[in-house]
Design a protein around this ligand. Structure first.
Ligand SMILES: Cc1cc2nc3c(=O)[nH]c(=O)nc-3n(C[C@H](O)[C@H](O)[C@H](O)COP(=O)(O)OP(=O)(O)OC[C@H]3O[C@@H](n4cnc5c(N)ncnc54)[C@H](O)[C@@H]3O)c2cc1C
Length: 420
């Protein structure tokens, strides 16, 4: 079957891989002049089933309100005349009950675990090198009361298959010596022994090479999708700046741009951008983190990507806005100089703003919507690097008419997230 995969991020490329393995004749359509250059290139790099707690939780509404008054909260909103923000926000708030948060967390957790297992097999069979660090991750707390709240989240994840434990500050410093000089500043951490990290862009590029050289996938770069064309229940083509492209089947994997293209054929996807800030610094010979992690109070995530240190922060609901100012990185730099002062050359940073494609319930949207030959692989939010392998395999299974190994029920197009 001739299949067009729209989007060459980690989601599009993993999808192309499994479809080509299944015998599809695949072309990836990508606007940039390389693959994995958008959210995939800037993420924190953590493969984090152990951090799959839902963002929509009973604590989120108060956080959003505080953000309106200028507080540096984990999730922030900038009010603007944007109907999509309010419609998305309303759906998000409805997911903020304890019951919904628990269910969404568990659905995401199982998908992340499934995806991580597939990724491990894929790395074993292809030998892809992506600066992997596979010794666990640390989720750090400064305040004893917050550590207690973290322990509760941990209890849910560890009773569903994650190997996690609670460490005091001395134990944290023994696990990762970078914390020895600063251990008086932390209350403790949740340690996840199976979370890992790696360079998602490097991985995407390597997998794209395998797709092209071994599986005959065509990478059509510098080709921007403007709209879909439909007749009745079928997609008949994709209008791009290089002309009309057509195929038997289409997979939408345009990350944060997916809802804009989907609506050209009347498909509404409740995906809204959650802006994050991403910075990368060259490592020095000083004491540097050996495992990835997140500071749960300062809301900064870190990982080593080869000889570089990646630090990311913030989730801001501010529309399609990729702009940034040096001020947006104050939080990250304050954290880095406080906790990892010798690790990297902070005068030589690379800075980006990037957008996470968030659904209100935090689950991706997978499978067929109202068009028989259009398949969705969208809405991976803050966990696309962790989930992509699983969602791509589920979509490939659905397209082959096979029963997916992982239950796709929690990700079907649905009223909370659109795609119907
Ligand atoms: C600050 C930050 C930190 C993160 N940290 C983590 C983490 O630690 N762990 C984790 O699992 N996840 C993390 N994520 C989330 C993860 O990066 C995303 O969920 C994931 O990259 C989404 O992949 P994607 O392929 O759907 O989107 P993208 O990577 O954005 O890819 C979409 C592709 O589509 C192309 N495209 C868009 N529009 C068009 C068009 N009209 N025509 C043609 N091509 C187009 C783009 O150029 C791009 O290549 C983080 C995200 C951010 C922003």
């Amino acid at each position: 079957m001739k299949t067009l995969v729209l989007g060459g991020g980690i989601v599009g490329i993993t999808t192309a891989y499994w479809l080509a393995t299944d015998g599809h004749e695949v072309t990836v359509v990508e606007a940039d002049d390389g693959v994995g250059r958008e959210a995939t290139a800037s993420n924190a790099g953590i493969i984090a089933p152990g951090h799959s707690s839902a963002w929509a939780s009973p604590r989120a509404p108060a956080m959003l309100v505080r953000s309106l008054f200028g507080a540096e909260t984990a999730i922030r909103v900038r009010l603007r005349p944007d109907l999509r923000l309010y419609s998305w926000g309303w759906k998000f708030l409805r997911e903020c009950t304890a019951e919904r948060a628990r269910e969404n967390t568990l659905v995401k957790l199982r998908l992340c675990q499934y995806s991580q297992a597939l990724m491990t097999d894929l790395v074993r069979s292809t030998g892809i090198e992506y600066h992997a660090v596979t010794q666990g991750a640390l989720y750090i707390y400064r305040d004893p009361a917050e550590l207690e709240a973290g322990a509760k989240k941990m209890a849910l994840l560890s009773s569903h298959g994650q190997t996690q434990d609670l460490l005091d500050a001395d134990e944290v410093a023994r696990f990762d010596p970078v914390f020895e000089p600063v251990k008086h500043k932390i209350a403790g951490a949740v340690r996840d022994l199976t979370d890992s990290s790696g360079d998602a862009q490097r991985f995407t590029e390597a997998l794209a090479r395998i797709c092209r050289e071994r599986l005959g996938v065509v990478l059509r770069l510098k080709t921007r999708v403007g709209a879909l064309r439909a007749e009745g229940e079928r997609i008949t083509g994709v209008l791009t700046d290089q002309g009309l492209l057509s195929a038997d089947a289409y997979v939408l994997a345009l990350g944060v741009q997916s809802p804009l293209v989907a609506r050209t054929v009347g498909v509404k996807l409740a995906i809204y951008p959650a802006k994050g800030y991403s910075s990368t610094f060259p490592l020095t010979n000083g004491l540097a983190p050996t495992v990835p992690g997140v500071d749960e109070q300062w809301l900064v995530a870190w990982s080593r990507l080869g000889d570089r240190l990646r630090l990311t922060s913030t989730a801001e609901f501010a529309g399609y806005d990729w702009s940034w100012t040096p001020r947006d990185f104050n939080n990250i730099l304050r954290f880095a100089r406080d906790v990892f002062p010798e690790a990297a050359d902070y005068a030589r940073g690379e800075y980006h703003a990037c957008l996470r494609p968030m659904t209100p319930d935090g689950r991706p949207i997978l499978g067929r919507g109202r068009h028989r030959n259009l398949f969705l692989n969208v809405g991976h939010g803050h966990m696309g690097w962790t989930m992509a392998f699983g969602t791509a395999k589920i979509v490939a299974d659905l397209m082959a008419g096979r029963k997916p190994d992982h239950d796709p029920g929690g990700f079907a197009p649905r009223p909370q997230a659109g795609g119907l």
